[in-house]
Design a binder for this molecule. Structure first.
Ligand SMILES: Cc1cc2nc3c(=O)[nH]c(=O)nc-3n(C[C@H](O)[C@H](O)[C@H](O)COP(=O)(O)O)c2cc1C
Length: 304
């Protein structure tokens, strides 16, 4: 189907192309199911599953802002035990693409327990540790605390054989530090990155707009910043980087690959254009062919 080789491998995770949805920003079975051909994706990424059931944050949870959106959804979740008990992961297999489960928790122990419960699960191909949600609990993002980050990655590594992807927070001064820690503690890849902490104030009520006061900024506004982080991290780590932030067209995704990303995730852009991920896959293929490259690998990190 493609003119070029877009395939990507992260340990045992084999993807026919590097494009997948970003966690929490895509719905597989309702809104997009009849519109989008899911089986063309490189992989699917689930909404973060929390260790314990939680209702999420009070509304409003979403706000549109110039250049993107703020969300403070707060990971409403049935909790991992309910997922296992009800075998809820099995239906994602029907989509015929590798399944990456995003795991979240309040403390390091939560991630270890969840990974242990998922060990050997036939519905799972890889795990992404969401250590960077700005909207849960005290707002502490494990990925911004070097000790907690290292401890969490090291401990989860011991209990899972699945490819382990660590999703980092962009709310740091130097992304290379957490990227190196994740690598040294056993991550197979890092996702750069989650949302940037932001807020909106309603000038009619003169109060914060979001129920959670603050939220995570995503969308095109963040792309130049996250792209810079991918570029910098690529110079310091040797494990694959998954670029995530503000992809709105194939050219954005190609920029991430040129910066050094192995794969990309598309989040907010899906809300604007439900066919975006298909356009990104086809656009990457066309770009490679037009520029006489045989495979995606030929351009990875070429901006360096
Ligand atoms: C509505 C919404 C819900 C999200 N939920 C999660 C989540 O459950 N877990 C997670 O790791 N990231 C979550 N994110 C962050 C996205 O996965 C992604 O990192 C971020 O939106 C940046 O990518 P984008 O600019 O393409 O949207 C969410 C983002 C949005 C907009």
């Amino acid at each position: 189907m493609y003119k070029t080789d877009l395939s990507v491998t992260i340990k045992s995770l084999k993807m026919k192309n590097p494009v997948m949805p970003a966690s929490g920003a895509y719905d597989y079975f309702e809104n997009n199911a009849n519109v989008f051909p899911m089986d063309i994706l490189g992989a699917i990424m689930l909404k973060s599953i929390h260790r314990r059931a939680r209702p999420g944050n009070k509304p409003p949870r979403i706000a549109e802002v110039t250049g993107g959106m703020l969300n403070a959804v707060g990971i409403p979740s049935a909790g991992i035990e309910a997922y296992i008990r009800d075998n809820s992961l099995a239906r994602y297999r029907e989509l015929n693409v590798p399944v990456i489960v995003s795991v979240s928790g309040d403390q390091p122990r939560d991630y270890v327990e969840t990974c242990r419960m998922l060990a050997g699960n036939p519905s799972v191909d890889a795990i992404e540790l969401n250590l960077s949600c700005p909207n849960v609990g005290t707002g502490l993002q494990l990925a911004t605390d070097e000790v907690l980050l290292g401890r969490t990655v090291e401990a989860t590594r011991l209990v899972t054989d699945f490819p382990l992807i660590v999703k980092l927070s962009p709310n740091v001064t130097d992304i290379c530090k957490p990227a190196v820690i994740a690598q040294d503690c056993g991550a197979d890849a890092v996702t750069i990155a989650n949302t940037f902490m932001g807020m909106k104030i309603d000038i009619k009520t003169r109060k914060p707009f979001l129920g959670n006061t603050t939220g995570g900024l995503s969308g095109p506004a963040i792309k130049p910043i996250t792209l810079r982080m991918v570029y910098q991290a690529y110079q310091k780590i040797s494990i694959p980087i998954i670029g995530c932030g503000g992809i709105m067209c194939a050219a954005d995704a190609i920029e991430y690959i040129l910066a050094g990303a192995t794969a990309v995730q598309v989040g907010s852009g899906n809300f604007v254009n439900p066919m975006l991920m298909k356009e990104v896959i086809e656009g990457m293929d066309a770009y490679l062919a037009e520029n006489h490259f045989e495979k995606l690998e030929d351009i990875r990190g070429a901006a360096h």
